[in-house]
Design a protein around this ligand. Structure first.
Ligand SMILES: CCCCCCCC/C=C\CCCCCCCC(=O)N[C@@H](CCCCN)C(=O)O
Ligand SMILES: [Zn+2]
Ligand SMILES: [Zn+2]
Length: 543
């Protein structure tokens, strides 16, 4: 008997009926599917294990313990000030704010106010100006250089920077009657320069003054540089201070300038304040874009005028922003180090930027402040064209200010600009340009970093993390690259979201308590810098 479906074909192997063949095939497919599914589950589980391990891995404690154990054995003055000293602090800052040391442009500064600043600080800080081991020099007419000769010439000196000049401020829109009145209101001092940067100028000198009045003699030498033209580039102030120090063959352990803050409520997903210390600053290009065309009567216009051509070029720049470079520069360090401080699930995302980096990059570009961290920004800041309503304009001119991301250069940015505009009628001339600044070391072995960590811990115990940051603006410290590789930008002041528009804007202010904390910070920083650095070479740093 021949059973159906089992008969061998004379031409080859036994033929199965279609249903059985399908069943056999789908059995094989099911098997393969199971294998694939198991492999997928394995991969997902492995990925999850890596993601969780990176999120919850224990972090090494900071700062380096032996160094600070030694420090605590030395005697340290407490940063506590009497009621009279606190009044003196406040009034000295108010007096400084009232001096209208405005920089309008590199060639237009209020030199009368700048000149008056010297007698003002001489009077406010008698101990600083009379100490035998402190030398004061006026540089470039209105800037100041203080050399504080420490008692131990073996220790490499450091430098504190600040600037005396301020950006202009008209009374319109201020809550107080005058931006230079230094009015006290609800525990704040209002006025131009309260955050940028007379708080540092006066804070540094007052901390030193109080230490000297307590007979403190610094062990480590240091310099204080007070520039008078930071807001217009620092050519006559900071650059001359640098030239002076270079001529003396000085090398610095670190430089500390303005440029970042203790951010409170600014980083979405982190509850505690974050001390962000700028380890670099962006480069910049200021370029002029010009289009010229034949002038004539507006009743018989050409198809395109210089204004139209230039507007189109500028619109292309705005419509095609520079590439998002999150992960290509040091901004990633900030988020990596802050990762454990983020609440769930952001902590998982930030701990695994190898996986979520592109997502985070897209998120950061949504708001102007964080967008500035991830790309070269393009700001059209000035536009001039036209002379009369019925005259075809002979030319149109615009100024564009680019701030260059750490992973790009001036040349690369200009290449992109050329390609984006792609119009020979638009002439581009450079007003000024410089590449992003080098990235300063950020590890627990670096002396400056140890000092900052310790000092922040001493004065701001509520700060959750001390993290490396990027300064999106420019500071006088960028001129100091030949004197040290360790340049840090940090203003020890709590900065909240509502302070953002006050910076260079309306109602700039500092809380009186915040200013006292800033003075305490410098007071402690000078003392904390007085330990010997185990890693530094045994050179003689006689100044
Ligand atoms: C998650 C991190 C959030 C980062 C938030 C950034 C908030 C920014 C807040 C403050 C800005 C601080 C910038 C301080 C330095 C700027 C100083 C300045 O204005 N410099 C001028 C120099 C001009 C020189 C002449 N061309 C400038 O940069 O324009
Ligand atoms: Zn400033
Ligand atoms: Zn400024």
């Amino acid at each position: 008997m021949i059973r159906r479906g089992t008969r061998r074909s004379p031409r080859g192997p036994e033929r199965r009926p279609e249903g059985a063949k399908m069943a056999a095939l789908s059995g094989r497919a099911r098997g393969a599917l199971w294998v694939a599914l198991l492999a997928l589950c394995g991969t997902v589980l492995a990925l999850l294990a890596v993601v969780l391990a990176r999120t919850y891995a224990p972090r090494s404690p900071s700062p380096a313990p032996e160094l600070w154990a030694r420090r605590s054995r030395q005697q340290r003055l407490e940063p506590t000030f009497s009621p009279q000293e606190r009044r003196e602090l406040k009034e000295a800052l108010q007096g400084a704010i009232r001096m209208q040391t405005v920089s309008f442009s590199a060639n237009d500064q209020n030199t009368t106010a700048l000149a008056e600043f010297e007698p003002y600080i001489r009077k406010a800080f008698p101990a600083v100006f009379s100490a035998a081991f402190i030398k004061h020099e006026v540089i470039g007419e209105y800037s100041h250089l203080f050399t504080i000769q420490g008692s131990n010439a073996q220790l490499q000196p450091y430098m504190l920077l600040a600037h005396i000049d301020v950006v202009p401020a008209s009374p319109d829109g201020w809550d107080v009657s005058d931006p230079f009145s230094a009015e006290e209101r609800d525990g704040f001092i209002y006025g131009r320069g309260t955050l940028d940067n007379k708080n540092s100028v006066m804070g540094i000198l007052h901390a030193l003054e109080f230490l000297l009045r307590r007979n403190y003699r610094p062990h480590r030498s240091f310099y204080i540089g007070l520039g008078h033209d930071e807001e217009v580039g620092g050519r006559k102030g900071a650059m001359k201070i640098v030239a002076e120090l270079e001529s003396r063959g000085i090398q610095l352990s670190f430089v500390l300038d303005e440029g970042s803050f203790i951010f409170d409520g600014i980083v979405t997903g982190i509850e505690k304040p974050v001390a962000s210390i700028g380890i670099t600053e962006k480069g910049a290009i200021t370029a002029n874009f010009t289009v010229t065309s034949e002038p004539g009567h507006s009743s018989a216009p050409p198809k395109r005028t210089s204004i139209g051509i230039l507007s189109e070029a500028l619109a292309k720049l705005e419509q095609h922003p520079m590439p998002n470079l999150f992960g290509h520069g040091p901004e990633i360090l900030m988020f990596e180090q802050l990762a454990p401080d983020f609440s769930f699930p952001l902590n998982v995302i930030m701990s695994n930027l190898w996986l979520f980096g592109p997502l985070v990059g897209r998120f950061l570009e949504q708001t102007p402040t964080t967008n500035a961290l991830v790309r070269t920004t393009t700001a059209i800041t000035m536009f001039h064209a036209g002379v009369k309503s019925n005259v075809i304009p002979p030319s149109a001119n615009a100024t564009v200010n680019f701030r260059i991301h750490s992973s790009q250069t001036v040349d690369e940015v200009l290449g992109i600009v050329d390609k984006t505009i792609d119009d020979k009628r638009v002439k581009i001339e450079m007003e000024s340009a410089f590449d992003p600044l080098p990235v300063s070391p950020w590890d627990d072995q670096t002396f400056g970093v140890q000092v900052f960590r310790q000092t922040i811990q001493d004065v701001f115990p509520d700060v959750g993390s001390v993290a490396p940051g990027i300064c999106v603006g420019n500071t006088d410290s960028r001129h100091f690259v030949n004197l040290t590789n360790a340049i840090y930008r940090f203003n020890p002041v709590i900065f909240k979201p509502e302070d953002l528009p006050r910076f260079h804007g309306l109602n700039e202010r500092i809380s009186i308590e915040g200013y006292e904390k800033q003075v305490q910070f410098i007071f402690q920083l000078i003392q904390n810098s007085d330990i010997s650095q185990s890693t530094e070479p045994h050179a003689n740093h006689e100044l």
